[in-house]
Design a protein. Structure first.
Length: 729
């Protein structure tokens, strides 16, 4: 053995480049793990080439502002797309911009045609001064209210009644009505008598009582980063998507809280699919279109050119895919509630009911109404618990108004959050009033708790009434008294900001409208049964709730108006109007009762205004008008509304409905009417000869446009829903 050390190689060993691949697992074979492999990183493909490179059909480096080839050849480098934008994304963006521009042009044309001469002159002056189309469109859409606030932000805007210009004395002087002593009353009715006091105070909270809620803006930075193309195939600009999202959370979410806003937005902007999905996103967008004033004739849900139709068709297509996949998800349950609400406001509540039932069955399979002990993730447990309460509350309220048995009869096992120790479990909405220094909380989480408590009682009333109708009996006075005790206890436990003294926001007012609507529905039938002390007590209950509902509707109108989208408001407007018509029918001279006539006129105006957003409100309006005494209808046509003659020769337009709404039933103890179903059959028989060719053409157009989203086959007769509605109004 040699004692010399081994001779080292004089050449340095060349090793391969270290691999960027992850470490080899134990499953890798020995031969493949002896030496690391060298792999060239994949070439990055440019999202879009410049015009010059596309013209020459050469590869483009996509450098901005000038690609390498154009820089080397000193060529002009022009791109059709924004940075990091693909040609398809660019096409979608440009399509959305053109759609918005076309909408602005439609608004401008309609304004120049229909607006008063003075307003037209002002817009023409702005146009000649160089104002662009977007600025003019925003000015026309938002109206004089926001312009007035921008110019003179210290002034308060108050609407005026359409018939009698003041609150009826019988209401204003009744000390038993708690709302006549409220801050909202002082800042609406009080300002009608003292216009010199119509100035904003120094505190931001003054604006809650003196500025309409539809003038606010949503405060949430996440909304400004939403990219709609990630979630929908509809070509729409991101700016429109963000505006629609703001409309939804301001006008719809505080009353119909179907999901946790904060968790939904977190996943939406992060492009995660845990608590946001394309189906849920498109359902939200379809609903929000009803409140987006840039869409002209947005009640025309059957028009393929409207965003409402396009988003709804996409949601229906995605729903069918979800049903075929057999996978149950919490976002599909949430979307089912939104689609039910949407179909109900388009006169297709029979179709919406099936979505709601399937959503409830899916919720049962997910076991979200149980103890949730099987859910380990705290975030998922929070979402499941809130969705369970949203579903139970909504279907209970829906059953109450439709006079149907509820789908779910047992409240969720997970208790509601304690409102006295509320810690943001259900999210929050922040808005900013014009010229306000700080954002204002809508207190949507606490409102959700209060609504849920009330809707438990409504679900139980609907359940008992349905079971008794099935047995051939009715609710008794004792049943009504038991429910009244619970309702009064709930009412007396309302937190301070929801008490009659301090309510101001639309959702808060609707809590009280709902309460008095339920009370009237319970006792109205008992108030007409002969005489005696019990009947007198029932009449007193009904009279009080009737007066309170009247005052609430008037306060709502004076502060917030009826123009902005509110798909629950037509229900109470029609209900109150039916009470007025019943009273006027008993009078020898209907016009002599000025207070009742003024309430009826206000309800009719509300239905007309809501009819710009909601098709069902237009149907309600025509039903209401045809039931009015002739003298009252004449005053309505002359002084109040402008929608009475739109369909005067063809009935109500109800032949396109698939609705079970009991529009004439006042008491839940009575058998629900089927007026809409009868009108639908009558109108179809009346209009079929003259509309046959038009309906066939429109049906053909509808079938051709359904490529956007096919008719869902989800276990119910959706083929019966014929959207042949062109030319209804």
């Amino acid at each position: 053995m040699s004692s010399h050390p081994p001779r080292q190689d004089r050449h340095r060993r060349i090793l391969p480049t270290p691999s960027e691949e992850p470490p080899l697992t134990t499953r890798t074979s020995a031969s493949s793990s002896e030496l690391p492999t060298t792999r060239r990183p994949p070439r990055r493909q440019a999202p879009a080439a410049c015009q010059e490179c596309r013209k020459q059909k050469t590869k483009c480096s996509a450098h901005r502002p000038q690609c390498l080839r154009c820089q080397r050849l000193s060529k002009e480098c022009v791109y059709d797309t924004a940075q990091l934008e693909t040609p398809r994304q660019s096409l979608r963006r440009k399509h959305g911009e053109l759609e918005l521009r076309n909408s602005n042009l439609e608004h401008l044309f309609g304004f120049l045609r229909d607006a008063p001469e003075a307003d037209v002159a002002g817009v023409l002056r702005r146009l000649r001064e160089g104002a662009d189309l977007d600025t003019l469109g925003a000015h026309i859409r938002d109206g004089d209210l926001l312009l007035q606030m921008a110019v003179r932000p210290d002034l308060v805007y108050t609407y005026t009644f359409p018939y009698a210009k003041h609150m009826p004395a019988a209401l204003a002087q009744d000390a038993s009505i708690p709302y006549t002593k409220s801050l909202l009353y002082q800042n609406t009715v009080g300002l009608l008598a003292r216009p010199q006091d119509a100035r904003l105070g120094d505190q931001d909270w003054h604006r809650v009582y003196r500025i309409p809620f539809h003038a606010v803006e949503l405060v949430d930075r996440r909304v400004e980063t939403i990219r709609g193309s990630t979630w929908t195939s509809i070509a729409v600009a991101d700016s429109v998507v963000r505006r629609l999202m703001g409309v939804y959370f301001i006008l719809q979410h505080p009353f119909y809280t179907f999901f946790d806003k904060d968790i939904f937005l977190e996943d939406l902007v992060s492009e995660r699919h845990r608590f946001c999905s394309p189906l849920l996103f498109n359902a939200v967008m379809a609903e929000a279109c009803h409140g987006y004033s840039a869409i002209s004739d947005r009640y025309r849900f059957w028009d393929p050119q409207k965003l409402t139709y396009q988003f709804l068709a996409e949601a229906r297509r995605l729903w069918e895919i979800e049903m075929q996949s057999g996978e149950d998800t919490i976002t599909t349950v949430q979307a089912a509630m939104i689609m039910c609400a949407g179909y109900s406001t388009t006169g297709l509540d029979q179709l919406g009911t099936e979505y709601l039932r399937q959503g409830a069955r899916m919720a049962e399979r997910l076991q979200i109404c149980g103890s949730l002990d099987h859910v380990r993730n705290p975030l998922r447990r929070r979402v499941y618990g809130m969705t369970a309460w949203a579903l139970f509350g909504y279907q209970g309220m829906f059953a109450f108004h439709m006079w149907q048995p509820p789908v779910l009869t047992t409240p969720p096992a997970v208790p509601l959050a304690d409102i006295k120790a509320y810690n943001g479990e259900y999210g929050e909405i922040w808005v900013r009033y014009p010229s306000a220094q700080m954002p204002t909380s809508v207190q949507s989480g606490e409102t959700f708790i209060i609504f849920s408590q009330l809707r438990i009682i409504m679900a139980q009333i609907a359940d008992l009434a349905a079971r008794k109708r099935a047995q051939g009996t009715k609710l008794t006075a004792d049943d009504a008294a038991v429910f009244r005790t619970r309702l009064v206890a709930w009412f007396n436990s309302l937190p301070a900001f929801l008490s009659p003294d301090y309510i101001a926001l639309p959702a808060h007012l609707k809590i009280h409208m709902q309460y008095h609507n339920v009370m009237l529905s319970l006792f109205d039938s008992f108030a007409d049964q002969g005489s005696g002390s019990p009947v007198a007590a029932y009449r007193e209950i009904c009279a009080h709730s009737r007066q309170c509902l009247d005052v609430l509707v008037r306060l709502y109108y004076l502060r917030h108006g009826f123009e902005s989208w509110n798909d629950s408001l037509p229900t109470w407007l029609l209900y109150l109007a039916q009470l007025c018509i019943r009273d006027l029918a008993r009078a020898d001279d209907p016009l002599a009762d000025e207070a009742t006539v003024s309430t009826l006129m206000l309800c009719a105006k509300g239905l007309q205004d809501q009819g710009r957003s909601l098709y069902i409100a237009r149907v309600f309006f025509h039903i209401l008008r045809r039931e009015m005494p002739p003298a009252v209808a004449e005053v309505l046509d002359r002084d109040v509304t402008d929608m009475a003659d739109e369909r005067s020769n063809t009935g109500t337009g109800a032949h396109h409905l698939r609705a079970s709404w009991p529009v004439q039933t006042i008491s839940i103890s009575d058998e629900p009417d089927r007026l809409l179903e009868r009108l639908s059959l009558e109108d179809r028989r009346t209009e079929e000869p003259e509309d046959q060719s038009e309906a066939a053409a429109t049906s053909s157009d509808y079938e051709s446009t359904m490529e956007l989203g096919s008719e869902p086959s989800v276990g119910f007769a959706s083929r019966d829903v014929r959207w042949t509605c062109e030319g209804i109004y």
